[in-house]
Structure formats: structure tokens, C-alpha cells
Design a protein around this ligand. Structure first.
Ligand code: ATP
Ligand code: MG
Length: 579
């Protein structure tokens, strides 16, 4: 491709709203342009990268025996109502009306559509196992679209769905997909970790996320350097040494280990408009760890007060497991007022009539601060047993720095991650409600056992830039680079330079090497800057040296190493450098 004939707009500055390096560089290098919040147009260079990633994914998926389909992005409301997700998915599901006022969802994910297809086409165990996948545009009305294509409202996803006759076969499929994902991310040149994950609105029992380690990641993960245990912080377990598990079963009101701190008299203090931990601690000049958050949850529809230290978070997934609950969510403001008699932000344990579950760390606190169940008031010097009783004391906080590995008791390491892929064992979550069944060997009707497996193509691209860049621009691994080689003509007006560059260009094209010829009428300095910014793995410079000494200069973008090659050896050198 001759750059003089194409669209390669580069920018010196990134737009202000671009906060992370990949977003900045994707705009500056001319990979994409913004159309609206969370919606982007790919320019030629960016789209080539997407296509490269797509091909790697397709090759690896096909190797597993999975078959490619293309499902419609539009799906009817009735189908989503069958699964119950028309309600549950909430505003992230974009909905549109046709001319007859019929509602459709714009697919954020395709469990319903694929299950509908398979329930109509698959009837017998003889048709199993079956795995179908697609590479397609997804729509999610994200509450906070940001970081460019990292969290967009329209993006590309490969989603795959497996159908099996039993859990054992699902296990095999899941393992194969997990390994396929490793191959895909390896080939894309990413450094990543597979972590145990929460299943979120997709549902199911077991799931793993593939996390690209990067400071700018929106997810927090922990892992063990010794045994390899790794999990998303929102579901990580940790070794519980301080409070023995027995505490959890102690009778109502029994507190944790006795401390020697003296209990001070309970006091009500005015805290006008101070609702969250930051406001209250700032106002009362205390630390978050002196505070107790009283969170009203709905646990299987029943309001329950959860007490957690101000600097800790509730591990909802862990709580759900401990209580064997089906559904856990924070209560709405109306319920909070009904339960506590005060608006959101002033809940406290003293005088509450609902069931109270305290975290073990709260059970060992003295003279704590929490809401007074009265607007604009908090209580200080609250003491468990004296001022209120906890119905249960459980380990319900999320993992924190200093916690030990649940498997081998080594100190856990914290890191930030970008989720690029997610695999789930769905079981019968969708097949049951949508009645997708098959008849087994004995002729018995049984629900299909499903798995689902997603990868974000745009995130792979953005995450790759987060990991592979320097102060001058992007450094593409050759597997997903938009072009392999860039030929830069130092002086376009010089006929000899142009002639050599044209010859090299043609010879590389003939070899099937993807090459970009920078024949634009620009200053050499600007072209060198653009070459670094765009990040093509190899740059060939055709300048005076090429004419006088018959030497061609190749610079490796990643290492900055320069090779001077006789023109007759050029092709073989390029091929070896690209490997
Ligand atoms: P997140 O927690 O980041 O919102 P998710 O759990 O909603 O992700 P999945 O439903 O598992 O994501 O989707 C599969 C993949 O699609 C993700 O691993 C990610 O790579 C990609 N993806 C999800 N949401 C977006 C988005 N808004 N923009 C770009 N890619 C996305
Ligand atoms: Mg999401």
C-alpha cells in the first residue's frame, strides 16, 4: 500500500478525554476516530489489526472442531422474556422498536438466540457434542463508556457456545476452550493470566477470565506466586487464619476475640449530609477502619443488614455461597428507609429489627462508628453485644493486601488486569428455561448442558498497546501488526531514492510480505515520527546511503536495533527478522 494513496491521518496530540495510553495512541496513530460516546469508526490501519486478530481466533476455533455461524444482532423481545433477561439485563440491553411497535434487543451476548436455534435443530444425543461460534458486533449501553474501544458501546466479540449431553463432556469442552484461549492470546503476543471469576449476568457455576496484566486495567486480581492460584478480587478466597471458622457458628451475639480496649459510652453525633465513608471519616476526623458500613441487602428478597469495616468490601459471591442464597443484591432506597427509618447513608446496627450479619473483623472492633438510623446523625462508640447483637458472624469481606493464598498460605500478590476473554460453564441455566432438550441413549428427554466462551477483539488490540508501546508510539507484535514492513523514502524529490524504494516495495510485495510505502510528500522528520507512532515491526529507510553504498537500513521497532544490509540479501534478512 502506498501511503500517498490512502488514509493515514496521524495526530500530534490525543483528545483530552483519552486517559489511557492505548486510547491515546489508537487516535494519534490513526487507527480509529470517535463517532459518539463509546462508538468508533475504524480507519484502514485499525481495521487491519481487527482482521488479524479475527483470523487468529478463527484459525484456533476451527482447530477445535467448532463451526462458525452468524447470528442476527437483532433479537425479538419475546425470546428475551422466555429467559427472563428482558427485565434482568437492565438498561445495558439496547432496545429498539420496529414500525409495528414490536420491541427488539440489540444483542449484547447471544445465549438466547443460539439456544433458540439449537432447540429447534438438535433433538438427539447423536448430534452432540456441538460447538458453534460467531465473530460479530455486540451492543451494550455501558453506564460509563470509556478508554476508547476498551469499554465501548459497540464492539466486536467472538462468542462460542457448546452443547453437551452431560457434565463430563462439558468439562472436556471447557478445558479445550480454555487451552484454545491460551493459544489465541499467546499468538496475539499478550502477557496474561487466567483467573477464577464471578459469573455476573451471564450466569452459571464455573468461570475463568483471561486477564492482561496492565496498570490501567479496570479489574483487580490476586494471584499466588508459589502455587499459581489466581482469582478476580470480587471472588477471590483467602486463608482465614485470624478468626477460626468456628466463630461463624457461635450463638447469637457472641463476639470475636476479646480486646483489651475499654468500651466508651455510646454517643449520637450530628453529621449533616455526611453519607459515605469518605465524608463521615473526613467530618469526624477518624479512619475508615474505625467505621462500620451497615449495608442493607436483599437476600432472596428478605432485607438483611450486613456489617463490614469501612475500609473493606463485601465479597457478595462468598456471602451468597456461605448463606446458600439464590440472589443477593443491595436493597433499593425505599427498602432502606423502611428497614432503618432513615435515608441511605445513615444506617447503623443499633436498634435494627432486621437480621444482622457481621463480618469477623467487625466482631473484634471496639467503639465503632456507624449510622444512627436517623437522618444526619451517626453513633460513635458502638460496641457489639452491649449495643446490638449480631445474628451471625461470618468471613464476608473481600480479599485485602496481606491476605494469604487459600491453597498454600503464601502472601497473595495484587495486580490490575484487563479482561480480554471469559469462559463459563453455564450448565442448564438457559436450556432449562428455553426448553432446549435432547433425548439421551435411553430415550429420556434431558436439558442440554451448555458452556459459553467470549473474547473481545477490540480489547485485545487495546490491551496489546497497553503492554507494547514506548514514548514514541505503538510497538506491534508481527502477528497482529497492520503491516509487517514500512519503507520510508527520506527525500521524495530524489529520483534515485524513489526508484530504489519502488524496487524494494515491489520485491517485498511479490514475496507476500505486507508492506507500507511511505511515499508521502512530507519532511523526513515527520515521516520518521509517524513510522514510530504507527509501530510497524520493521522500518526500511531509503536515503543517501542506499544510493552511495548500496546498503539498505532496516530498523527493528521493538529493539531500535539497526541492520545495514546489502540489497541482495534484503528479503532473507526481513524474513528472518519477522520471525
Ligand atoms: P466487563 O466486566 O469488562 O464489563 P464482561 O464480563 O461484561 O466484561 P463478557 O460478557 O464476558 O464481558 O464479554 C466477553 C468479552 O467481551 C470480554 O472479555 C471483553 O473482552 C469484551 N467486552 C465486554 N464488554 C466490552 C465493552 N464494553 N467494550 C469492549 N469489549 C468488551
Ligand atoms: Mg460488562
Amino acid at each position: 500500500m502506498r501511503m500517498s494513496e490512502g488514509l493515514f491521518p496521524t495526530l500530534k496530540e490525543a483528545p483530552k478525554e483519552a486517559k489511557i495510553i492505548s486510547h491515546k495512541l489508537m487516535i494519534r496513530a490513526g487507527l480509529m476516530r470517535k463517532l459518539a460516546s463509546g462508538i468508533y469508526t475504524y480507519l484502514p490501519l485499525g481495521y487491519r489489526v481487527i482482521r488479524k486478530i479475527e483470523n487468529i481466533i478463527r484459525e484456533e476455533m476451527n482447530k477445535t472442531g467448532a463451526q462458525e455461524v452468524l447470528l442476527s444482532a437483532l433479537s425479538p423481545q419475546e425470546l428475551w422474556e422466555e429467559s427472563g433477561r428482558w427485565e434482568v439485563y437492565g438498561p445495558e440491553l439496547m432496545r429498539i422498536k420496529d414500525r409495528h411497535n414490536r420491541l427488539f434487543g440489540l444483542g449484547p451476548t447471544h445465549e438466547e438466540v443460539i439456544t433458540d436455534l439449537v432447540r429447534k435443530e438438535v433433538k438427539s444425543y447423536k448430534q452432540l457434542p456441538l460447538t458453534l461460534y460467531q465473530i460479530q458486533t455486540k451492543f451494550r449501553d455501558e453506564i460509563r463508556p470509556r478508554f476508547g474501544m476498551m469499554r465501548a458501546r459497540e464492539f466486536h466479540m467472538k462468542d462460542a457456545y457448546s452443547f453437551d449431553k452431560d457434565e463430563k463432556d462439558l468439562g472436556k469442552n471447557y478445558k479445550r476452550m480454555y487451552e484454545t484461549y491460551q493459544n489465541i492470546f499467546d499468538r496475539c503476543g499478550l502477557k496474561y493470566k487466567a483467573v477464577e471469576a464471578d459469573t455476573g449476568p451471564i450466569g452459571g457455576d464455573v468461570s475463568h477470565e483471561f486477564m492482561v496484566l496492565a496498570k490501567t486495567g479496570e479489574d483487580r486480581i490476586v494471584y499466588c506466586r508459589k502455587c499459581g492460584y489466581a482469582a478476580n478480587v470480587n471472588r477471590a478466597e483467602y486463608y482465614k487464619s485470624k478468626v477460626p471458622r468456628k466463630v461463624a457458628t457461635l450463638p447469637r451475639g457472641r463476639q470475636g476475640p476479646k480486646s483489651k480496649v475499654k468500651e466508651k459510652p455510646l454517643e449520637k453525633v450530628k453529621t449533616p449530609g455526611m453519607k459515605n465513608v469518605e465524608e463521615v471519616t473526613g467530618f469526624l476526623k477518624c479512619k475508615p477502619k474505625d467505621l462500620v458500613k451497615t449495608l442493607i441487602y436483599k437476600i432472596d428478597s428478605i432485607p438483611v443488614a450486613i456489617l463490614i469495616r469501612g475500609d473493606h468490601e463485601v465479597n457478595e459471591r462468598g456471602l451468597e455461597k456461605l448463606l446458600k442464597a439464590k440472589e443477593i443484591s443491595l436493597a433499593d432506597e425505599k427498602t432502606i428507609e423502611k428497614v432503618t427509618g432513615a435515608p441511605l447513608g445513615f444506617s447503623g446496627p443499633v436498634g435494627l429489627k432486621t437480621k444482622i450479619i457481621a463480618d469477623s473483623d467487625v466482631a473484634s472492633m471496639k467503639n465503632m462508628i456507624s449510622g444512627a438510623n436517623k437522618k444526619d446523625y451517626h453513633l460513635i462508640n458502638i460496641n457489639i453485644d452491649r449495643d446490638f447483637k449480631a445474628d451471625r458472624i461470618l468471613d464476608i469481606r473481600s480479599v485485602i493486601p496481606g491476605d494469604l493464598c487459600p491453597k498454600c498460605k503464601t502472601k497473595l500478590t495484587f495486580s490490575r488486569g484487563i479482561e480480554v476473554g471469559h469462559v463459563f460453564k453455564l450448565g442448564t441455566k438457559y436450556s432449562q428455561v428455553l426448553k432446549a432438550t435432547f433425548s439421551d441413549e435411553k430415550g429420556k428427554e434431558r436439558p442440554l448442558i451448555m458452556g459459553c466462551y467470549g473474547i473481545g477483539l477490540d480489547r485485545i488490540m487495546a490491551a496489546n498497546i497497553e503492554q507494547n508501546h514506548d514514548e514514541n508510539g505503538i510497538i506491534w507484535p508481527s502477528s497482529i501488526a497492520p503491516y509487517q514492513v514500512l519503507i520510508l523514502i527520506v527525500n521524495n524529490q530524489d529520483k534515485k531514492q524513489t526508484k530504489i524504494a519502488e524496487e524494494v516495495y515491489k520485491s517485498l510485495e511479490k514475496e507476500g510480505i505486507e508492506v507500507l510505502l511511505d511515499d508521502r510528500d512530507l519532511r523526513a522528520g515527520a515521516k520518521f515520527k509517524d513510522a514510530d507512532l504507527i509501530g510497524i515491526p520493521l522500518r526500511i529507510t531509503v536515503g543517501n546511503k542506499a544510493i552511495k553504498e548500496n546498503k539498505i537500513e532496516i530498523k527493528v521497532r521493538k529493539t531500535n536495533k539497526v541492520h545495514e544490509i546489502d540489497s541482495k540479501n534484503l528479503i532473507s534478512k526481513i524474513k528472518s527478522l519477522l520471525q
